[in-house]
Write a protein that binds this ligand. Structure first.
Ligand SMILES: [Zn+2]
Length: 244
C-alpha cells in the first residue's frame, strides 16, 4: 500500500505540482508586454472548428491548436486549413486520455503517431504538446528533446455550457493580461465537457477579441511568444535518482 502511494506521488502528483506551480518542464506564461496567445484544445471538430477559424480570420488572430491525433486523421481538411491560415498546430494525444493513466512508452507512441498524421497533412512536424487536462506524468519531463510542453495561465470554464457566453466573456476580460496563454476548447465531446459548449465559447470570444483589440493586445502563436531561454529542467540529482 505504501509502495503504491509512493509510486502515485512520483508518477503523478509531484510532476503535477512541479509543472503547474513551479513551471518546471512546461511553458505557462510569456513576458511579452502586449502579447496574448490563444490556444484551442480537443479539436478539430466538424461543427465548431471551421466557425472558429472564420472568427480568427475576421479579427486577424493567429492562434495555436492542440489537436487530438485521431480527430486530425478524421478531419484532415480542417488541419490543412489551420496550417494554411497561419496557425500553429500542436498535439493533445492521439485520443483524449490522461497521461496519468498511460505508460511512458504509450505516451511517446501517441505523440509520435499524432505528429506523423499532422506532418502528412501539412508537411510540418508539430513540436508543441499539451497533455490532456495538463496532467503530466514523471516521464513527460524527458519529452523535451522532441516536444515542448505547454500549459496555460488563463482559463474560463468554457468546456461547460452552464457558463453561458456572458460569464465566459467576463471571466476572460477580467483575467487576461499581457503575456497570458489562454486555454479554450473548440470541441465539446471530451469527458466532462458539454457537446454544445464551443457555441458559447465562440460567442464570448468574438466580444473578447473586439475588446482586446481596443487594448492594443497583439495576438500571437505560442512559438512567437516563447522566448529562447532553455526550459527549466529537474535538478540533476533528482533526475538521476528517478531514472533508476
Ligand atoms: Zn483537452
Amino acid at each position: 500500500m505504501i509502495c503504491f502511494f509512493v509510486f502515485l506521488c512520483f508518477y503523478m502528483f509531484i510532476p503535477y505540482l512541479l509543472s503547474f506551480w513551479f513551471g518546471v518542464g512546461a511553458f505557462r506564461k510569456g513576458n511579452g508586454e502586449s502579447q496574448v496567445a490563444f490556444t484551442f484544445d480537443d479539436g478539430p471538430d466538424p461543427v465548431y472548428t471551421a466557425q472558429l477559424l472564420d472568427l480568427l480570420k475576421k479579427y486577424g488572430v493567429k492562434a495555436t491548436f492542440f489537436v487530438v491525433g485521431s480527430k486530425a486523421k478524421k478531419y484532415p481538411k480542417l488541419i490543412l486549413r489551420m496550417h494554411k491560415e497561419g496557425h500553429l498546430i500542436g498535439i493533445h494525444n492521439y485520443v483524449h486520455r490522461s497521461n496519468w493513466l498511460m505508460t511512458p512508452w504509450s505516451v511517446v507512441r501517441n505523440l509520435r503517431d499524432s505528429a506523423a498524421i499532422v506532418q502528412n497533412i501539412t508537411g510540418v512536424r508539430p513540436s508543441y504538446y499539451r497533455p490532456p487536462w495538463g496532467l503530466m506524468n514523471l516521464f513527460d519531463f524527458f519529452l523535451h528533446k522532441e516536444f515542448r510542453i505547454i500549459l496555460w495561465s488563463v482559463m474560463a470554464g468554457d468546456w461547460r455550457n452552464k457558463g453561458t457566453s456572458l460569464i465566459i466573456q467576463n471571466k476572460l476580460l477580467k483575467r487576461i493580461k499581457p503575456g497570458d496563454v489562454v486555454l479554450l476548447h473548440d470541441c465539446g465531446d471530451t469527458p466532462g465537457a458539454h457537446i454544445d459548449a464551443p457555441y458559447y465559447m465562440l460567442k464570448a470570444l468574438k466580444e473578447v477579441l473586439k475588446e482586446l483589440r481596443q487594448r492594443n493586445i497583439q495576438f500571437v502563436r505560442l512559438d512567437e511568444m516563447i522566448d529562447k531561454r532553455p526550459i527549466k529542467v529537474l535538478p540533476k540529482r533528482s533526475q538521476h535518482h528517478r531514472k533508476r
